[in-house]
Design a protein. Structure first.
Length: 211
């Protein structure tokens, strides 16, 4: 496979091949062959804040995640207590890195904010948005009704004075049209669009109300 062909696989939700989920290969616990499908979820693209304060600054901290969610693997429940991973599909980045990018872009697009990360030289921002990924997995226990669940805890803090401005846990679920990689990625994208819209609206409101 050429490098150009491989890079084209990084397009937003661009499936390369369908992944049929079964017990005989496409789901593994760890390792496996290099992925055939690579997915990246989209930030929100339109404004969701009615009267944004143009250019207000916010530092988006590196999100945290525990266990198997702190990776680029796509987590899948195949039973009530059995968590595995898609063998032939990955996120384009580690999940915390992908979430941070989506938050930065969504705050800029949806609330007219100047959102930055610690890697940015202009890191002096009055607010910090931290997040902790609690759930980010598909459930294919019933192959006829696959669905995904996303649950993320957000903390908004001010830097001067240093204090917590607000805390909120957002959750969204979405049904998948099939139990394969492209369909599950599409469901994750729809769930994340709901959460991103909610967190942008909530963050802007909290920042506006803060003294």
């Amino acid at each position: 496979m050429s490098l150009a062909t491989h890079l084209r696989r990084l397009a937003f939700l661009a499936p390369v091949a369908a992944l049929a989920l079964s017990a005989c290969g496409p789901i593994v616990n760890v390792g496996g062959q290099p992925p055939n499908d690579i997915f990246r979820l989209r930030p929100i693209a339109d404004s969701v804040v009615q009267t944004p304060a143009p250019g207000w600054r916010i530092l988006v901290d590196q999100p945290t995640a525990s266990g198997g969610l702190d990776s680029n693997r796509i987590a899948v429940f195949t039973g009530p207590l059995e968590l595995k991973f898609l063998a032939d599909a990955r996120w384009a980045q580690r999940l915390p890195d992908m979430l941070q990018s989506m938050l930065i872009d969504s705050l800029e697009n949806g609330a007219d904010a100047m959102a930055i990360s610690y890697a940015t030289t202009a890191a002096e921002a009055p607010y910090v948005l931290a997040s902790d990924i609690r759930d980010f997995q598909a459930d294919v226990t019933d192959s006829k009704a696959p669905m995904v669940t996303v649950r993320i805890a957000f903390t908004l803090s001010s830097r001067a004075p240093s204090r917590v401005v607000g805390y909120k846990v957002l959750q969204a679920s979405a049904d998948a049209s099939a139990d394969n990689g492209p369909a599950l990625a599409d469901a994750f994208n729809r769930a994340m669009q709901e959460i991103l819209r909610d967190v942008v609206t909530w963050t802007a409101a909290q920042a506006s109300a803060a003294p």
